[in-house]
Design a protein around this ligand. Structure first.
Ligand code: COA
Length: 245
């Protein structure tokens, strides 16, 4: 765990990082991490109150709240940072990236270990909430805005509310789609399409009946079948349509 590493990951993961001075002065994720290391070390030694005060000061300055009890691995990067909350019993592996608005929180129902465990090389997208003592496997990704309430296996991508695994990435870099998300708009369009087809069939049937009726009841004075449509019995049409369903 070194300061140089902390700086290097910022340049690796944030294309906007321009120079060292800017990174040192303007990256709240870096400031929050350094203050957390201090608070965590004191927390482990049983120092009362001060670790929480440091965490509180850090939140005030950076907008990032990390409980002193949280365990964080190497090369951790919080991009932007505002609104990030990391609960007391969270465990974070190496090479993890969090974006702004991420919560690693409890569900409010558990005691003891009640916050998430993130493996190595995990990415949690902007605004995502990971709740409870769930495990996010190594190399997994949590999509922006997701709410994760159950474990996410290694190499998986979980998105949505509640989050579902939609993709697995193989070690060779290829990916395997495992689930398609519900799409209410597509479902509605498909239902309308089916209904139009059904109505088109029924109109076709009606036209056929009209033609048959017209030719069968052609009157002797030579008037055209269409002139005689009024003679078609509605009961017969209705009966035929019902039989056709
Ligand atoms: C989830 C994410 C990491 C992409 O992971 P991936 O494994 O490459 O997955 P894909 O891009 O192949 O997406 C898989 C499916 O999930 C959907 N999906 C992706 N991200 C999603 C999200 N956040 N919410 C809901 N659905 C999402 C995609 O539309 C796709 O569905 P489709 O095939 O029906 O269109 C990415 O979309 C994401 O959310 N990144 C967060 C980045 C971020 O927070 N940036 C902040 C910068 S300030």
């Amino acid at each position: 765990m070194s300061f140089a590493e902390d700086i290097r990951v910022i340049f690796e993961r944030d294309p906007a990082a321009a120079n060292l001075l800017e990174v040192l002065l303007t990256y709240p994720g870096l400031h929050a991490l350094l203050l957390h290391r201090l608070a965590h070390a004191m927390h482990r030694r049983g120092v009362p109150v001060v670790p929480r005060l440091i965490s509180h000061l850090s939140r005030w300055v950076t907008g990032i709240e990390i409980h002193p009890g949280a365990t964080i691995g190497r090369r951790f990067f919080i991009d932007h940072g505002m609104g990030v909350v990391i609960g007391e019993t969270s465990e974070i592996g190496d090479d993890v990236t969090l974006y702004q608005g991420v919560t690693l929180g409890g569900t409010g129902k558990e005691k003891g270990k009640r916050h998430p465990t993130l493996g190595n090389d995990v990415m949690v997208g902007v605004g995502a909430k990971v709740l409870g003592a769930v495990t996010i496997g190594d190399h997994a990704r949590v999509g922006a805005g997701a709410v994760v309430l159950s474990d996410v296996p290694p190499h998986a991508t979980a998105v949505g509310v509640p989050a579902k695994v939609v993709v697995f990435r193989e070690p060779d870099g290829s990916s395997r789609r495992v689930e398609h998300l519900p799409d209410p708009e597509l479902d509605m369009i498909s239902a309308l399409h089916r209904r139009i087809e059904e109505l088109t069939d029924r109109v076709g049937l009606l036209e056929r009946l009209l033609r048959e009726q017209g030719s069968g009841e052609r009157v002797s004075d030579g008037t055209s079948p269409t002139d005689n449509r009024s003679s078609i019995g509605p009961a017969r049409v209705g009966r035929t349509l019902r039989e056709d369903r």
